[in-house]
Design a protein around this ligand. Sequence first.
Ligand code: ASP
Length: 340
Amino acid sequence: MGTTTRHRAVARTIAAIGVVSLVAACADNGGAGGGGDAGNYPDQNITIVVPFSAGGPTDTVTRMIADPMAKQLGGKIVIQNVEGAGGTVGAGEVARAEPDGYTVLMHHIGMSTAPALYKNLGYKPVEDFETVGLVTEVPMTIVARKDFAPATLPDLVSHVKANADKVTLANAGIGAASHLCGLLFQEAAGVKLQEVPYEGTGPALTDLVGGQVDFMCDQTTNTSGQISAGKVKAYAVTTPERVKSLPDLPTTAEAGLPQLQVSVWHGLYVPADTPEEIVQKLSEALKAALADQAVIDQMAKLGTAPVPAEDATPQAHRAHLEEQLGTWSKIIADAGVGVS
Ligand code: ASP
């Protein structure tokens, strides 16, 4: 695809989605073209594409790091929510964007599950992107509407088995972390439920609080506030250890479902062939953001933490992505989940 066509494709998406928010930054130097000139980078606004809805967990983590990254880079970062199809629409847009460092993707574990779940994905996670660095690994929680009958995780399993035709399970589309966790739950419980897809778990959680859907899995970065406020019922956290900020919530292993273990790693990407110097600048900015005390504190409140500095590198991120692609393709194949 030529440069102009690429720019047009991104512009079309931006116009179609229309959810743009500016993140504060120190210098107003946006607008002037800089292309792939690594020495002057950045000399125009950088867009971080979030492939899920505004207000959800991927968006939340992106907004935490965007401002300190922009400060380190001496530029402006704009966040663009390009939702749809479990994060694959936004990821596809970035794969096809100009490799000049001005279009960046924040994605999560879904980068490693999508190839096993989609027949015509339209991009290759390893070949079509440069990895910038890992960001954070977030526990998931199993949460339900406040007045949902089951009181504990074993109760939830019995309830969904007895009411499989009535219970609704929300997720953020095929390949999303919530979808994946929901699959593992159904597999562990030996049941097939009616799934309700959203474009992100931000709106899914709103519906859960409103009682329109019964339950879902989602990152602590989205559910912590509603759990602490008693607006949703929480059954368990899906990591081997309890989460410090939610100390009363048992782990799935403690609550009798040890097979259900998943945490959601996030990473930053740019299109393949982005100059190495630009990838390095972004990676250094990411490292600086993850060392920022305000970011550390915000993440801790929401049940997570930045990755260690050595993992916020292109090399560590690439190795993790490759390992996760292998792991999840096997789990998904073994679970016999259909490819759409
Ligand atoms: N938590 C969502 C997921 O299920 C994504 C999001 O809305 O950020 O993958």
